[in-house]
Design a protein. Structure first.
Length: 134
């Protein structure tokens, strides 16, 4: 409801916040079902989105908290994937580390670049994991 109302009234900041909250709630939902995509991956995607929105709103404390959560989720993801030394997985790890460093250094331009790179690496990993199950 909050998302629809804020979109209708063109309240961009509140719409972004509501979209992120919805994304976070949805990412928690994935842990209830076993699929080829580990439940940590949607939570990482949600965290990256949250960082993007937080930085756009100049909310660095929230972005840094999300960066800390991202690192925890990635550690869980790494432990849950058997083949975590592939090129795709290593690229995701490097891009996530770069993103977190950009957040800690409060470099908004680099954060925007890194969020796009992390999302691209997540899509590649999801594709690879989906193909492995076929």
């Amino acid at each position: 409801v909050a998302l629809s109302q804020n979109v209708t009234t063109k309240n961009i900041k509140e719409a972004q916040t509501a979209a992120f909250q919805m994304s976070q709630a949805l990412s928690e939902f994935y842990s209830y079902y076993k699929t080829e995509i580990p439940s940590e991956l949607p939570r990482i995607t949600s965290g990256v989105t949250g960082i993007h929105f937080s930085v756009k709103q100049n909310n660095w404390p929230q972005a840094q908290e999300l960066a800390n959560q991202l690192q925890q989720e990635f550690a869980k993801l790494k432990a849950s994937i058997d083949d975590n030394q592939t090129h795709i997985f290593q690229m995701l790890e490097l891009s996530l580390n770069d993103l977190c460093n950009a957040v800690y250094n409060q470099d908004s331009v680099l954060v925007m670049i890194r969020t796009n790179l992390v999302n691209s690496n997540i899509r590649e990993l999801e594709l690879k994991l989906s193909q492995n199950q076929q």
